[in-house]
Each structure stands twice: as structure tokens, then as C-alpha cells.
Ligand binder design. Structure first.
Ligand code: BEZ
Length: 211
């Protein structure tokens, strides 16, 4: 069955460009991003993996580890990594999982047969420290992902995991948040010392609580 939000993120052991990893152990107490790409030596994927490598510090700042996966063998991943470094001006700094037997692809339902019978689509899974799935996005092969958006979602996930807020449309780190509707005004007054603005009874905003 397809994975859904808040499901347990399946664990696996796999060969990668950085040696064998056990997914859960490798994430440790932090967050994980697992993203699949259709194939090695393809143009859109080359730009995506380069971008992910360049964002290493941004992911590290948020205690997030990133791993890519496709059904190509490890030798292809290693050869292609050199091309990514050459063409994208980066140093590859995260593991690319080799999944020729489709173990990971099947665990995470990354092959969508009506799109492509054998290749993984562009899936993104964000996994929390509790090893639960926090976000799922699926893109077609023709559209490269927006990794800045993934960082934005991670900021929202990490904030809302510890504060009783939600984040509004197009929110970015540092901007006002929404007080969750389950809180009464009295509870909100106690929880948000900077106060809140009541636009409607169900629409209350407050400055980002951890800033
Ligand atoms: C690409 O990454 O460039 C790509 C992969 C599969 C189909 C189309 C494009």
C-alpha cells in the first residue's frame, strides 16, 4: 500500500556512493530527505543533484541529511557523480543509493507504472526524528524539483513540531504564523507572549514564536 503522511518510514539497508547505510541509523536523531530520480546521466537530475549538494550547509543547519536514490547500479552513480561535479560546479557530499533490485523504490512506492514501467519518478519523502513520514511530494520526470521550497517546508515542519502554530501561504522563516484553531484565545495569550492578532475567530496570527 502507498505510504501516507504520519506512517512509519520504512527502514532499509542499501549500498550507496558513501558506503552501506542503514536508513534509520543514518538519520539518527535528525531529519532525513529521501528523493528519487528517474535515471543517472540525465540532464534534469544532474541539475537537481548539483543543487542539493550546493545546499549542504542549509540542510546541515537544520539537522537534515539528504540521500538520493535511483534503480541504477553503484558504478553508474559513481561515474555520474563526476559529471555532476564538473557540470554543476559542486562537490558531491551526500549518498546516492543504488537500488538495482528496486528494494527502496518498492518500499517507498517510487515506481508509478503508468508514468514509467521501470524508472522511479521524482519522489520526495521527508522523515522526522521519530522516523515518521512528514511530507510526500511527487513530480513528473519532466519537472526538476525546487530545493529552496524543500528547505521552506522543513522550516515549517520543524517549527510546527514544537510550537502550536501553522504557517500560512508562501510563508518563509521569520514571517508571522497562524495560531492553531484548537487553541482558545486564553491559551494563545499564555503561549504567545508577543500577542496575536484576531482577524476572524478562526484566523489569528502571531509573530514566529522561536524568533
Ligand atoms: C532528466 O532528469 O533529465 C529526465 C529523466 C527522465 C525523463 C526526462 C528527463
Amino acid at each position: 500500500m502507498a505510504l501516507r503522511l504520519a506512517d512509519d518510514a520504512p527502514n532499509f539497508t542499501a549500498d550507496t556512493t558513501e558506503g552501506e547505510i542503514n536508513w534509520h541509523e543514518w538519520i539518527g536523531d535528525g531529519w532525513g530527505v529521501l528523493f528519487s530520480h528517474p535515471a543517472d546521466y540525465t540532464p534534469v537530475c544532474t541539475t537537481e543533484l548539483g543543487q542539493a549538494a550546493k545546499l549542504k550547509d542549509e540542510f546541515a543547519k537544520r539537522n537534515v541529511k539528504v540521500a538520493a536514490v535511483s534503480v541504477d547500479p553503484i558504478e553508474d552513480h559513481k561515474g555520474w557523480s563526476k559529471d555532476i561535479e564538473e557540470t554543476q560546479g559542486c562537490t558531491m557530499n551526500f549518498p546516492i543509493i543504488a537500488d538495482p533490485d528496486r528494494k527502496v523504490a518498492e518500499l517507498y512506492d517510487m515506481i508509478h507504472p503508468n508514468a514509467d514501467a521501470t524508472a522511479t519518478v521524482r519522489s520526495v519523502f521527508i522523515v522526522g526524528p521519530d522516523k515518521k513520514i512528514k511530507l510526500i511530494i511527487t513530480y513528473p520526470a519532466s519537472c526538476g524539483r525546487n530545493f529552496v521550497e524543500l528547505l521552506r517546508v522543513i522550516d515549517s515542519l520543524q517549527l510546527t513540531a514544537v510550537h502550536k502554530v501553522a504557517t500560512p501561504v508562501n510563508w518563509k522563516d521569520g514571517e508571522d504564523c497562524i495560531v492553531v484553531p484548537t487553541l482558545s484565545d486564553e491559551e494563545a495569550t499564555g503561549l504567545f507572549p508577543k500577542g496575536f492578532t484576531k482577524i476572524k475567530p478562526y484566523l489569528r496570527t502571531t509573530p514566529q514564536p522561536n524568533k
